[in-house]
Design a protein around this ligand. Structure first.
Ligand code: GTR
Length: 325
């Protein structure tokens, strides 16, 4: 883990800005846990190209994919300190640090991909992005992350009863731990990079994710049962370190926002294609996919909402999300 005092981080940011004035181009470093070619990685590269165009080459972006800069939780901290400039990350990895954003971690909060887009593209989406300011991050845009379903090495899951006693990896948020517990399983928060070996060695029975992650992280090789309960749709988010953002001119901030918005359409296109491709790849590799009656899964989530949506502001946010057409 990388710990820096805020003072040391400020000095580091100041030093890198000095170097950049001398070299005329500032290269912003961006982190991503996914491998090269993954839709989020390619979208951030596209963002970088747009930003370069809009700033006459004064800014460029280098994407450090494949968790080269660390697991998500650690890279969030480094981005907050300005050591990493940009980060493409799942909102799930923030845990409950950003209260407003936790509503997107609630199971079945989004009814469909269209509902997800309608909410995030509108005022509620902007409100949640703005909430990241309080944790020293400037959230720029959402990317698609599809629907997440359970997969495991033992058997197909058809009803919550099948999860009884199963050890399943979740991202580090209490909401996900309680979600699995409400279904009868045992949740183990664990970094993404440890899931493959965790399943392989039997430390866990499985995990939950979308098709592209199940495919590209190799999880389908060790957990062949993928059961389409689609309990979560957690947005991916592109954030910039607030320290770096605050150091930009108003004009450059506008260029960053414009480039980020432009990358959203690109990512959605890439994402839609990748979901189809990954499903075909995992099936060809022997994954067994089953449809699931979601009703009992949805019904089991009341306790998760009761426990995590107690603040009136969050209750209001949830009500507004549900009312969005
Ligand atoms: C993926 C997401 C990653 C990471 C991963 C996980 O769907 O794109 O950012 O959060 O899930 O489960 O840790």
């Amino acid at each position: 883990m990388f710990h820096l005092s805020k003072l040391a981080a400020t000095a580091l940011v100041a030093a890198s800005l000095m170097v950049s004035t001398a070299s005329a181009q500032t290269v912003l470093r961006s982190s991503d846990t996914h491998p090269d070619g993954y839709p989020t990685v390619e979208a951030v590269k596209y963002f970088g190209e747009k930003l370069s165009e809009l700033t006459d080459g004064r800014y460029a972006v280098e994407v450090f994919h494949s968790a080269q800069l660390g697991e998500e939780k650690d890279t969030i901290e480094q981005t907050q300190f300005g050591v990493i400039d940009l980060n493409r990350i799942s909102i799930g990895a923030f845990g409950t640090q950003v209260p407003a954003a936790t509503v997107t971690q609630l199971p079945y909060i989004f009814r469909s991909a269209d509902h997800f887009h309608a909410v995030l593209d509108g005022p509620i989406g902007d409100e949640i992005l703005a909430a990241f300011d309080a944790v020293d991050l400037k959230a720029l845009a959402y990317y698609d992350g599809g629907a997440r379903s359970f997969y495991n090495s033992g058997k197909p899951i058809n009803s919550p009863a099948d999860l009884e006693g199963m050890k399943l990896r979740v991202m580090g948020s209490d909401i996900f731990v309680d979600m699995v517990a409400a279904l009868g399983g045992n949740a183990t928060p664990m970094p993404y990079g440890e899931v493959y070996s965790g399943i392989q060695t039997g430390v866990i029975d499985g995990a939950e994710n979308n098709y592209p992650s199940y495919d590209t992280a190799g999880h389908s090789e060790v957990a062949k049962y993928y059961s389409l309960d689609e309990h979560l749709m957690v947005p991916e988010v592109l954030v910039m370190s607030k320290m770096v953002w605050d150091g930009l001119s108003a004009e450059d901030q506008a260029a960053v926002m414009e480039a980020a918005k432009a990358s959203v359409g690109k990512q959605r296109e890439l994402w839609a294609a990748k979901e189809v491709e990954s499903k075909a790849i995992v099936e060809a590799g022997g994954a067994i996919i089953n449809e699931v009656d979601k009703a009992p899964f949805i019904a089991a989530m009341d306790s998760v909402y009761e426990k995590h949506v107690t603040d009136p502001a969050l209750q209001d946010l949830v009500a507004r999300i549900k009312a969005t057409e």
